[in-house]
Design a protein around this ligand. Structure first.
Ligand code: CU
Length: 476
């Protein structure tokens, strides 16, 4: 079938070429030069300009109707402003579009070439220059001022009553965090990220868990490196050589300074190990060689493991550094305590209707973009730099289902930055509901590390105010 279409296209092109050739030949026969174009040809081209313009306008009008409002009414307070800004822009663009294209095509059609018509020489006009400089400047300035005001609406300071939610992005999903009863987020540190602590929230339990995980990995890797057959054999050979030297020189040989040398040179004047110590070391290696842990690694693999071991130990040191946190400062202490009752949710998050909510965005790996089209909201999530905006939802999920006449409808948070292979699937459901339903839902959500929090620990958490301008303090 495809071949057939191709064949038809090729035959068509050949036919056209032949037609052109016939035309050229007949023109020659009629003693007409090729570049002489008749008045009828000019008129035909002029009317074709008008035809093209009308078809062009019709297709643009179709696109406006078919795709003009792909989103329902805005479900947030500031979204109304975003929509009117968008509408004003579209109206201006549409007017300019029709004006410019009409001038372009109608002029081309009207002033087609005529033998007896002479063009007017019109090189410059100050008044015209002024008009098409000043009018666009005023319109653009107006748009920018309007746009900045709308932008400030979304990114300005949130009111004191606003609730705060953290949206955490990583390849390829979203996690939402609600501060617990103390209305304050706990500190977070990426070094503490474990499977149970996906946001790396700083708590004593989180640190303990992270250290336990690191210790297990370090031990496993350390064994792999220590029990490598080649390493063991070369170590053994070194000890055997030393032992031989010791025997040959009657205890005065210059044995190499061996690792793990803690011997007091009682019988010897040099720093080498005694014969008994060397024999003990060799016996130890012999025993290790019979262990199940012994493996054979290539030099590259061994180097890679050593490198990984080094990095794990460095990671562990960083976690240990967190423990040296300064507790003398009351505010730091409360930030340290604050993480325990944070609530972490995946899959969907809820918002109460009519309540201002401040979003704080973080990213673990690459730049993502939190996009909530129905709320006309979008913000980049940048690794290492918390970003934020605020909004007030105005339509519940249920009402929006009625408005859209779609009982399946749900608000959604999407990633709007191509961030990797599963980017398309990076989304989270957003539910807007009454304050009561929201409270019930939040109460059902598990508290972070709830099982470890001792009951008497709860009153100790002071109701400290949120550190201003620092919704997610980070100590790294
Ligand atoms: Cu993404």
């Amino acid at each position: 079938m495809k071949l057939l279409i191709l064949l038809v296209v090729v035959v068509g092109i050949v036919a056209l070429a032949q037609l052109a050739r016939v035309y050229e030949l007949s023109a020659k026969l009629r003693k007409r030069r090729e570049e002489d174009i008749s008045h009828a040809d000019h008129r035909l081209n002029a009317s074709l300009f008008i035809v093209f313009m009308l078809v062009f306008y019709a297709s643009v009008a179709y696109l406006y109707v078919a795709y003009g409002d792909y989103l329902p009414v805005s479900a947030s307070e500031h979204g109304v402003g975003v929509d009117s800004l968008m509408n004003i822009n579209i109206i201006i663009i549409t007017v300019v579009f029709f004006l410019v294209n009409t001038l372009l095509f109608v002029f081309a059609a009207k002033y087609y070439y005529k033998k007896d018509r002479k063009a007017k020489f019109f090189p410059h006009d100050n008044k015209l220059e002024m008009i098409w400089t000043v009018i666009p400047s005023i319109v653009l300035a107006g748009l920018i001022i309007f746009g900045l005001r709308t932008w400030n609406d979304m990114t300005g300071e949130a009111s004191d009553e606003a609730m705060v939610i953290e949206i955490y992005s990583k390849q390829f999903d979203w996690t939402a965090r609600y501060p617990g009863s103390n209305a304050e987020f706990g500190l977070s540190n990426y070094n503490l990220i474990t499977s149970n602590n996906p946001l790396g929230i700083v708590t004593n339990e989180g640190i303990a868990e992270s250290l336990a995980e690191l210790d297990a990995s370090i031990e496993k890797l350390d064994n792999e490196v220590r029990y490598e057959r080649g390493v063991l054999l070369s170590q053994k050979a070194k000890y055997e050589k030393e032992l031989k030297n010791l025997k040959n020189h009657g205890g005065h040989g210059h044995a190499e300074h061996a690792e793990g040398d803690e011997a007091h040179a009682d019988e010897h004047t040099h720093h080498g190990m005694s014969e008994e110590q060397l024999l003990a070391e060799i016996a130890k290696i012999d025993e290790m060689l019979t262990s199940d842990l012994v493996s054979v690694l290539s030099e590259t693999a061994l180097e890679a493991k050593k490198d990984k071991l080094y990095r794990l130990k460095r990671h562990k040191q960083r976690v240990l550094d967190i423990e040296d946190f300064d507790f003398s400062d009351a505010q730091s202490l409360s930030a340290w305590e604050a993480g325990k009752d944070d609530k972490i949710v995946k899959g969907e998050f809820h918002l109460p209707i009519g309540k201002e909510v401040e979003f704080v965005f973080r990213s673990r790996d690459v730049i993502h973009s939190a996009y909530m089209p129905h709320f006309r909201a979008q913000m980049n999530c940048v690794p290492g730099v918390p970003t934020r905006f605020k909004m007030t939802p105005t339509i519940t999920t249920d009402s929006m289902r009625t408005i859209m006449d779609n009982p399946e409808f749900d608000y959604v948070l999407l990633c709007n930055k191509v961030c990797g292979s599963a980017h398309f699937n990076m989304q989270m459901k957003v539910i807007v509901e009454s304050q009561e339903d929201y409270d019930n839902w939040l109460n059902e959500q598990k508290t972070f590390f709830v099982e470890e929090v001792k009951e008497e620990a709860a009153p100790e958490v002071p109701a400290a105010p949120v550190v201003e301008g620092e919704p997610t303090a980070s100590i790294n």
